[in-house]
Design a protein around this ligand. Structure first.
Ligand code: IFG
Length: 492
């Protein structure tokens, strides 16, 4: 019970073990469609390695002694939501695994703990020997931060719906709840906007290095969103504006101040592009894009980028950000932006994402909340060390201790704990082309970010954590993850 990542709030081991068998049932109460689906998710996760087709059955009250023989019981009860909707209590005895939550999302988070309490082979894709035992004990758990996420840049290099779903499933295993999709940039526009189709068909036709690119149809995007929702993960779509817009400018001549569309760009420079701020059609473009994106995004957030607008005069930039915010609000969404947006007047409930510099403090002074993605600690595209083939090093080298030994609450000077929504680890893909490349830079640093987001700061230390991370090695292997076997970790 002492190898779980993220570390639970309270773990009380007890004597004895629970054994999962082919005769075990998963009981849910109340047997609503949502709880039944959560029960089926667990059954589906346990089936490949055990070969058991566990039944999901309705229960009325803790299963009786007869039925309590080696069963799992998932239940949602009325409870104190002041400690958040994701809290859960897990009690394991030799007879019964009982998971109690106060909202279905808490059950889903607790199921990840159940998965980690079973032997590492449980995550293998083919039938293994077993026995499938869990140590008895009690766990009470809930997250520290509400925003615990990863960002994937699908603009520099494009990644398939299947690749994106796989990453969503993996961050769910570590109880993350936000997946930020960086959909547009200079090298590619990756989401179909029906009123401006060439953004995707032409603007999405290439990538860094000149490859074939690609884009998500609105049906693809709906598929990704639904998959994330089934794992209680919110998709945050980003349309990066007014900089990082070369792909859009290349797609429509009328968007350019000089009425001429530049050629597509396949390099890796930043800061050279800008929408034409003082053109009426730019306003129509913004409204059309945000309207369509909001309509297919059930989550509350739209990220409008705002970073590295080095080719937008400051007064134009300030005007632009003040122009975009009411458009996002009109379409019913909350605005998120990289911290440079704090150079403008921000509307209430806007969110600034700290990555470098000191604008996040200014956003807080305006009443905004912040997400912490400090490049020198949380950028997953930073090399582990000088020998790392992939990635960049402009923010420094981010080895495992560097990625773990910090507190989001103290990254922005003047920020109170309540100003910090949480943590997000961005993965920029200038140098990454395959799913295995994504794995290599994301793991094993991501479990640490998940722990920073979920677990209490008190008691978190590298010497204790690195042993727990080492014990995750067989699980990462079982999950088929191409992770970097850092020499800094005592891998089991
Ligand atoms: N900064 C740029 C990204 C990407 C990154 C690579 C932000 C907010 C450098 N903007 O990070 O587009 O190029 O590490």
């Amino acid at each position: 019970m002492d190898n779980i990542i993220p570390r639970p709030v309270l773990v009380k081991p007890a004597s004895g073990t629970f054994t999962l068998t082919a005769a075990s049932n998963i009981y849910v109460e109340p047997a609503t469609p949502e709880l039944t689906a959560i029960g089926q998710y667990l059954a589906d996760k346990l089936k490949p390695a055990t070969g058991y087709a566990l039944k999901v059955l309705p229960a009325t009250g803790t299963p009786t002694a007869g039925a309590a023989n080696g069963n799992i019981y998932l239940t949602v009860v009325e409870g104190d939501l002041s400690l958040g909707e994701e809290r859960y209590d897990l009690t394991i005895t030799p007879d019964l695994v009982k998971l109690v939550a106060y909202r279905p999302v808490g059950l889903f988070r607790g199921i990840q703990t159940i998965r980690q309490l079973l032997p590492p082979a449980i995550d293998r894709a083919s039938v293994q020997a077993g026995p499938w035992q869990m140590a008895a004990g009690t766990i009470r758990d809930r997250p520290r931060f509400a925003w615990r996420g990863m960002m994937l840049d699908v603009a520099r290099h494009f990644f398939s719906v299947a690749d994106v779903k796989r990453m969503i499933d993996l961050i769910a295993y570590y109880k993350m709840n936000i997946f930020h999709l960086h959909l547009t940039d200079d090298q590619g526009w990756r989401i179909m906007i029906n009123s401006w189709p060439k953004l995707a068909t032409y603007g999405g036709s290439t990538a860094v290095g000149g490859g074939s690119g690609g884009y998500y149809t609105q049906a693809d995007y709906a598929d990704i969103v639904a998959y994330a929702q089934s794992r209680y993960i919110t998709i945050v779509p980003e349309i990066d504006l007014p900089g990082h817009t070369h792909a859009a400018l290349a797609s429509y001549p009328e968007l350019n101040c000089n009425g001429t569309a530049p050629a597509l760009y396949t390099g890796t420079e930043v800061g050279f592009s800008s929408l034409c701020i003082n053109k009426d059609i730019t306003c129509k473009f913004l409204d059309d894009v945000i309207k369509e994106l909001a309509a297919i995004t059930p989550g509350p957030y739209i990220h409008i980028g705002g970073d590295e607008a080095h080719s937008t005069p400051l007064d134009d930039y300030q005007k632009f950000i003040e122009q975009v915010q009411p458009i996002v609000q009109k379409h019913g969404k909350q605005i998120v932006g990289w911290e440079e947006i704090a150079q403008s007047r921000l509307i209430p409930k806007s969110i600034a994402q700290h990555w470098k510099g000191d604008r996040a403090g200014e956003a807080i002074k305006q009443g905004s909340k912040v997400i912490i993605s400090t490049a020198s600690k949380a950028y997953l595209d930073m090399k582990y060390d000088a020998s790392t083939r992939l990635g960049q090093d402009w923010a420094g080298l981010v080895d495992l201790p560097t990625a773990y030994e910090w507190d989001p609450a103290t990254e922005v000077s003047g920020a109170a704990d309540s100003d910090v929504l949480g943590i997000e680890a961005p993965l920029w893909t200038e140098t990454l082309e395959t799913s295995r490349d994504i794995d290599y830079m994301t793991f094993p640093r991501l479990p640490g970010y998940a722990e920073i987001g979920w677990s209490t700061q008190a008691g978190r230390n590298w010497d204790e954590y690195c042993v727990r991370l080492g014990a995750q090695g067989p699980r990462l292997t079982a999950l088929g993850i191409n992770f970097y076997r850092s020499p800094q970790i005592p891998w089991q």
